[in-house]
Design a protein around this ligand. Sequence first.
Ligand code: CAA
Length: 257
Amino acid sequence: MTNVREEVATIEKPLAGKVAIVTGASRGIGASIAKVLADKGAQIIATHKAESQTIKDVVADIEGKGGLIHPIPCDISVPEDAERLVKETIEKFGKVDILINNAGITKDRSFRKLTLQDWNDVIDVNLTGAFNTTKHVIEPMIAQNYGRIINISSIVGQAGAFGQTNYSASKAGLIGFTKSLALETASKGITVNAVCPGYIGTEMVAAMPDDVIEKIVSKVPIRRLGTPEEIAEAILYLISASFVTGQQLNVNGGLYM
Ligand code: CAA
């Protein structure tokens, strides 16, 4: 007979025993994903670029609720850093089940003013960073015949945005990366999907000029910014969805359909 206690534990903590790397977990959407996955029982490996109070707060929050989190400083745009991240994760926790490629930056400027440095900085973190981390998890995931890779793209990669040619190219690139990798790994127990957030209440959006945010929110059919938790909910869905791969899941309040 099924042990009822065990059954309840599985329902409450469906990710118990799973090891999840979340890049850029010190704030915003990444912090929220780390908290929600930890709450569902996953062992979180949280990357952060520099020591900061924000990563300490995320660790304290998760541990305070009995969750499992191990922070690792890592600049995902540096291939050796990404390799060390995965190596350390496997040494300490034995495997990687879930990779959330979330870390991202903006350097917004109209294209006429955009420098090659602005272009490279954003592509290196947002797009090449996902290559760097994924490169090292893919063989272990194939070997265990299980993996969930979720790339945080953006509405800006789908619809474009004034002043964001570099960011838009990086986020559109992640969608192509997602689809091709999904094709290559679909028969090996791995799903690869993208989440495309719209405008979410994070520091990144708060840094936009007030009039630009107001104009955008007035066009959102749901008439508000999204919350980081609403992105984390989409991530939970994609982790559980074993027959969904190569998709872009829009979480944007209806702004782009
Ligand atoms: N739409 C239309 N025209 C605009 C504009 C806009 N949003 N912003 C500026 N312009 C116009 C200016 O009026 C100006 O026109 P004139 O030459 O005729 O005077 C011209 O463009 C150049 O203006 P600036 O010199 O001010 O341009 P800039 O190179 O300094 O760039 C900007 C300004 C950085 C793009 C600024 O408008 C801005 O920060 N916009 C917001 C960018 C944005 O949407 N960021 C999203 C961040 S959130 C995020 O990215 C998360 C996610 O995934 C959704």
